[in-house]
Design a protein around this ligand. Structure first.
Ligand SMILES: Cc1ncc(COP(=O)(O)O)c(C=O)c1O
Length: 395
């Protein structure tokens, strides 16, 4: 019997998705499951954008250019100009979601066994992509007590001769931390000192609730061509299924490598780009409304978690996630129990077990990640059910 590659064995199941069969079974039994396990917003994709599909005239849904359709590149370049980043449409590489941009960035910067420093906990799929590429994720621990921030000097001790890059997700999934200018500057200084790439995952850029939007790393002149930005339309326009994202860097070698990788997968999704390019038509006030909605949801979740006995949580500052430490020894068992053995009036709540967001072995066993992606009343109900579940959990 042929065996699988070590690489395949090293790719972990997604903590966001691996327990979905339990949710499906609960639904088959007639339960309503509040899904707070996945960052799939219930916000409507703007109608103006969805109309793009109705304008499909071409009788063939064909391959497009590997770097993306012209209208999509144009939309992204204009959007970036609004952020103070001067880039031409041809300097934007459109990808199949931000996911592919992460993969391309890591593939372009790291060889097998090279190291990338990432604050831990982290977006779980970084671990999977690194495993596919045979590169090493070096987790830099952060703590709930410090709001998952990066005190000065936190990263420096983790640099080795094999370090090639730092990957910073700002605002952070899963912690909700928004790194301060000083923290970002310290990371930039480290990258300059050790000549490292800074891969910045900025997909939640607009989702900040207590202060200004963080500057894109592309606006820090001192970083030069070490800056690589990974971005996505998934969250910004509630367009997760459109699978459109992008990679941007001033580093011509990185972009040329990205384009070669993009050519190998032919072209990004035609239909998603048709919809995505129409973001150019949205009212400039669009984000303010979305941000206000998520700020209210953040408050609901934070207030609920703070009032649960034994739960430790930090007030998330951005993205739409909260990590919480629960008074249970094994949060994954608790999540499964909520789906298999708990319900009130035909409803239960699903969250994501925290350990899968850590690259540090054994970390996060008593934590969960909660995505506040439902409207306030559903979210309030989901949090009530979570609180009741915690009280009733026999483990
Ligand atoms: C931090 C972060 N980066 C990248 C992605 C990838 O998103 P997509 O591939 O839908 O653009 C996600 C999705 O949840 C995310 O949370």
């Amino acid at each position: 019997m042929p065996t699988l590659s070590r690489r395949a064995a090293a790719v972990p199941a997604s903590p966001i998705r691996k327990l979905v069969p339990y949710a499906d079974a609960a639904k088959a039994r007639g339960l309503h499951v509040h899904h707070l396990n996945i960052g799939q917003p219930d916000i409507e994709t703007p109608e103006l954008m969805r109309r793009g599909l109705a304008e499909l005239r071409d009788p063939v849904i064909a391959y497009g250019p590997s770097a993306g359709d012209a209208a999509m590149q144009q939309m992204l370049a204009t959007y970036y100009r609004g952020l103070g980043v001067d880039c031409a449409p041809s300097e934007v590489l459109v990808t199949t979601g931000g996911s592919e941009a992460v993969l391309f960035a890591l593939a372009a910067c790291l060889d097998v066994d090279d190291e990338v420093l990432i604050p831990d906990p982290m977006y779980a799929n970084y671990i999977g992509f690194a495993a596919v590429l045979g590169t090493r994720v070096v987790p830099v621990p952060t703590r709930v007590e410090e709001g998952y921030h990066l005190p000065a000097g936190r990263l420096a001790g983790y640099v080795t001769p094999r370090t090639r890059a730092v990957l910073l997700c700002n605002p952070s999934n899963p912690t909700g931390a928004v790194y301060t200018e000083a923290e970002v500057q310290a990371v930039i200084d480290l990258c300059v000192e050790h000549d490292l790439f800074l891969i910045a995952d900025e997909v939640y850029r607009e989702f900040v609730y207590d202060g200004p939007m963080p500057r894109s790393v592309l606006t820090y002149a001192g970083l030069g061509d070490r800056a690589i930005v990974v971005d996505s339309l998934s969250k910004r326009y509630s367009l997760c299924g459109g699978r459109v994202g992008c990679l941007i860097s001033r580093n011509r070698d990185v972009m040329a490598a990205g384009l070669r990788l993009a050519q190998a997968r032919l072209s990004p999704p035609a239909l998603g780009q048709l919809v995505g390019a129409r973001a150019a038509l949205l009212d400039p006030g669009y984000f303010a409304g979305v941000r206000a909605e998520y700020a209210r949801r953040r408050n609901v979740v934070y207030a609920a978690l703070s009032s649960m006995p034994g739960v430790t949580v930090h007030r998330p500052e951005g993205a739409f996630y909260a990590m919480a430490r629960l008074p249970v020894p094994d949060a994954e068992r608790f999540v499964i129990w909520m789906l298999e053995s708990f319900s009130r009036d035909g409803r239960t709540t699903m969250v994501a077990p925290g350990s899968g967001f850590y690259a540090t072995p054994g970390a996060g066993m008593d934590e969960v990640r909660i995505a506040y992606v439902l409207e306030e009343s559903a979210l309030g109900d989901a949090m009530d059910l979570l609180a009741e579940g915690l009280k009733a959990f026999p483990g």
